[in-house]
Design a protein around this ligand. Structure first.
Ligand SMILES: Nc1ncnc2c1ncn2[C@@H]1O[C@H](COP(=O)(O)OP(=O)(O)OP(=O)(O)O)[C@@H](O)[C@H]1O
Ligand SMILES: NC(=O)c1ccc[n+]([C@@H]2O[C@H](COP(=O)(O)O)[C@@H](O)[C@H]2O)c1
Length: 170
């Protein structure tokens, strides 16, 4: 039995994440999804709470048929202890999937197997681009799984983004 670990901020979960997770699902039996920077919400870079991001991931994972655990993980101001912090919050895993250089370095230094995944349509499939479109009123729905758009509608996520953006300017 192989269990993988994939971490991101998922602000919000998008089709880039979804494509990568679909690929990972062919390589592992179970997946631990770390919801990083879990303490942040209601800000331009991090509009959604950890719980809302768990809702998005859970809704999207219905399309991907492997068991998964979505686990919020707060940041720690000590990189050297971060991997232990992650281990303390998650089920055991055998392999880490990430493209983040710091994540790759920290897990590699602890002797973990780390795999990188190809970026998918990075110009549009990025949390930054989706948040930008939410604020300007451009179409963002095409960049996320339908189930995730449903969660964002349910929590009135676009209203929140616009409100945060307007108070940020003032
Ligand atoms: N389009 C994509 N294709 C493949 N992997 C991606 C894509 N976008 C992000 N990732 C990877 O997913 C992981 C989590 O990324 P994250 O949740 O920070 O999304 P992001 O789109 O990079 O967000 P932001 O733009 O808010 O920084 C990282 O390893 C990142 O490299
Ligand atoms: N010291 C730390 O708290 C530490 C170190 C490395 C990564 N992280 C977190 O892991 C996540 C990595 O996700 P991204 O690849 O999406 O950046 C982020 O939430 C990041 O803050 C935290």
């Amino acid at each position: 039995m192989t269990r993988g670990f994939y971490i991101g901020r998922f602000q919000p979960y998008h089709l880039g994440h979804h494509t990568v997770i679909e690929q990972i699902s062919h390589e592992v039996d179970e997946l631990v999804i770390g919801v990083g920077s879990a303490q942040f919400s209601h800000e331009l870079e991090n509009p959604f709470t950890a719980g809302e991001r768990v809702m998005m991931i859970s809704a999207a994972m219905e399309e991907i048929g492997i068991p998964f655990y979505a686990i919020p993980i707060e940041d720690l101001r000590r990189n050297a202890l971060w991997v232990s912090h992650v281990y303390s919050m998650t089920p055991y895993f055998d392999v880490v999937y990430s493209n983040n250089p710091l994540v790759i370095r920290l897990f590699s230094e602890m002797g973990m197997k780390v795999r990188t995944m190809p970026m998918v349509m990075r110009k549009t499939l990025s949390g930054t681009e989706i948040r930008r479109r939410m604020v300007t009123g451009e179409d963002w729905r095409e960049l996320v799984p339908g189930a995730v758009a449903g969660v964002i509608d349910q929590i009135q996520g676009v209203d929140r983004m616009k409100q945060i953006a307007s108070s940020d300017v003032v």
